[in-house]
Design a protein around this ligand. Structure first.
Ligand code: ZN
Ligand code: ZN
Length: 408
């Protein structure tokens, strides 16, 4: 279980490497209500690092479910101003933000995909200013996870103690089983930075993906794109790690230069509903066709959210030998599953993945090819036979990955 010394290390990792809280900063934590011990450990670690105040906001999917079942759509899509203000306040006051994500992947399976889609659409539109700030790294933020029973049961339906199994998997993927997790993370970050450095010095114009299940996709990269890895810089110049665990090296695809077909490699869990066995066809950056064996309506809702959800906002490379991939588990949680597999994201691109992107206007970002949207949803495309090739402006091809793993 993640408790005792392991929980202490976990909390210190999140506060000191994750959000990298500096003396005198505020800290906001969102945490599942049944995991109050985790919130408490994070609060302690926050004060230990010099926080001026720690605020905890509780999440409870069972309550959300009752609301979605019983309240009317016009009430559920009326996002209160106080809630929007409270999020913008975090940015104005320079808080650090820790999100403990531990959703039951099928919590809302009995609620109509359309209703859920409308609710999430209203929420992401109301919080656009806040999500723009987060994606431009105006504040330092970190998404982490803890096992909950409902979630663990989905991954280990036949285990005697599913929560224990999931705890062990999370401990391994977060490298909390190492003697000194903090220094292990510093080494791991350096390896990822080296790969990002190679990709940046290569200055590829396109990345090509191909595998045996039917993916044959060319993704153009934004002008002035920057490959980024674990360590990002917030606008105040202080480094942080936005996801723990993280294994990816990623950048911004050009919104007008994506062509071909991509097949999903893993199910996608979106808003408590599952989309599986799907494919998407792109022409000049735009989704022109899509199909899903399971969760078609959820995928349709996502793609139809706004103009930007018809284009891509992220391309990320991950080798099949990462601890998450080696666990051979499907976590039904993007934080883990995205670190097991190369992925793309539908929707907004991180402005920080182009040169000086945090200082550019919307127009300037668009002219470089950076996509904008109220959404950003990762989906996994990395299979064990995936071939990834970088293509330079002069046509030179550089093999980057073979059989799903790094060549560089
Ligand atoms: Zn990613
Ligand atoms: Zn992403």
């Amino acid at each position: 279980m993640i408790d005792g010394k392991v929980l202490e290390n976990y909390a210190r990792l999140v506060i000191n490497i994750g959000v990298n809280l500096q003396k005198g900063q505020g800290l906001e934590i969102i945490c599942p209500v049944e995991k109050y011990q985790v919130a408490e450990a994070l609060t302690k670690a926050g004060y230990e690092a010099g926080a001026k105040i720690v605020q905890v906001r509780w999440s409870a999917q069972n309550i959300d479910k009752l609301n979605y079942e019983n309240a009317s759509l016009d009430v559920l899509t009326d996002i209160p101003k106080w809630y929007v203000d409270s999020k913008n306040y975090l940015v104005e006051k320079g808080f650090c933000y820790v999100a403990v994500s531990a959703e039951d992947p099928s919590a809302f399976k009995n609620i109509s995909a359309q209703k859920i889609g409308e609710i999430y659409k209203a929420r992401s539109k109301a919080l656009k200013k806040y999500s723009d700030a987060i994606m431009a790294n105006k504040i330092r933020w970190c998404v982490v996870s803890v096992p909950t029973y409902a979630w663990a049961k989905q991954i280990f339906p036949n285990a005697e103690n599913p929560e224990e199994e999931l705890s062990n998997a999370i401990i391994k993927t977060m490298r909390l089983d190492q003697e000194n997790p903090l220094s292990t993370w510093q080494e791991h970050i350096a390896t990822l930075e080296k790969r990002a450095g190679f990709l940046n010095s290569s200055n590829f114009e396109y990345i090509h993906f191909k595998n045996s299940i039917g993916t044959d996709l060319t993704v153009g990269l934004c002008d002035n794109h920057i490959w980024t890895s674990a360590k990002e810089k917030a606008q105040d110049g202080v480094g942080f790690v936005a996801n723990l665990p993280t294994e990816e090296v990623f950048t911004a695809p050009h919104r007008l230069k994506v062509d071909g077909v991509v097949k999903s490699a893993l199910p996608l869990c979106e808003n408590g509903q599952i989309i599986d066995d799907f494919s998407i066809t792109f022409k000049q950056g735009k989704i022109v066709d899509f199909y899903a064996q399971k969760g078609y309506e959820t995928l349709k809702q996502l793609i139809e959210t706004d103009k930007g959800t018809k284009r891509l906002g992220e391309i990320a490379l991950i080798g099949k030998n990462s601890p998450v991939a080696k666990s051979n588990l499907l976590f039904f949680n993007t934080l883990f599953d995205e670190n097991a597999s190369c992925h793309l994201a539908i929707g907004k691109a991180y402005p920080t993945t182009v040169l000086d992107g945090d200082k550019l206007s919307k127009k300037q970002l668009e002219s470089l090819g950076v996509n904008d949207s109220a959404e950003h949803v990762d989906f996994m495309i990395g299979t064990p036979d995936l071939v990834v090739t970088g293509i330079k402006k002069d046509g030179t091809k550089v093999p980057l990955m073979l059989d799903g793993d790094w060549l560089i």
